[in-house]
Design a protein around this ligand. Structure first.
Ligand SMILES: CC(C)(COP(=O)(O)OP(=O)(O)OC[C@H]1O[C@@H](n2cnc3c(N)ncnc32)[C@H](O)[C@@H]1OP(=O)(O)O)[C@@H](O)C(=O)NCCC(=O)NCCS
Length: 154
């Protein structure tokens, strides 16, 4: 059994959370430590994090899911996501690179392709990413997913 625990983040862990998010190259905006759940190892080091971020349109986003490389594939992200799902009622939205949709599917997240049903924030992100992808050499696509809450959680 891996030796770590989950907890609500503290102010002292803010720097570690921000460093982890920078290190794994995910969205560094809207990183308020008060919303975070962190995974902490036996030495007190932050080894994973995640949050639910509220948006101005009333939607909420499962975001900032990250685990340090040496702790990956040991269920740390799963534990963080399930904890956040237990604390926040559906629907929860997220964006991810399309290669990660199989990672989120077992938690009940389904991909949404129809922009008309997306909350305005996610519609904007989807549109901006599409424009960016058209005018840059990057080939990956952005997926928008929702946990509607009426599917079985894993
Ligand atoms: C994606 C990430 C958070 C996964 O963390 P993790 O702690 O290794 O994930 P877990 O061990 O909890 O994996 C849970 C399940 O997802 C699977 N999984 C893990 N990474 C996966 C990936 N990249 N693609 C598909 N499935 C994956 C695991 O095999 C496991 O499945 P199982 O239950 O059948 O064994 C981690 O690789 C990471 O921090 N990546 C960089 C940051 C990032 O991309 N974050 C997501 C932003 S949208």
């Amino acid at each position: 059994m891996a030796d770590y625990h989950l907890q609500a983040a503290t102010a002292e862990q803010e720097t570690a959370v921000k460093s982890l998010i920078r290190a794994v190259h995910i969205n560094p905006l809207g990183v308020d430590w008060r919303r975070f759940v962190v995974a902490v190892d036996a030495h007190g080091a932050v080894i994973g994090c995640g949050q639910v971020k509220p948006h101005g349109d009333g939607s909420r986003e499962l975001a900032s899911i990250a685990v340090v490389p040496e702790w990956r594939r040991q269920g740390v992200a799963r534990a963080i996501i399930q904890r956040l799902q237990s604390e926040h009622a559906p629907p929860l939205w997220l964006t991810c690179v399309s290669t990660l949709t199989p990672f989120y599917a077992p938690f009940g997240f389904v991909e949404v392709r129809e922009t008309a049903v997306m909350p305005p924030y996610f519609r904007r992100v989807h549109r901006l990413f599409g424009l960016f992808a058209r005018f840059s050499s990057q080939t990956g696509t952005l997926a928008v997913m929702v946990w509607p809450g009426d599917t079985k959680n894993c």
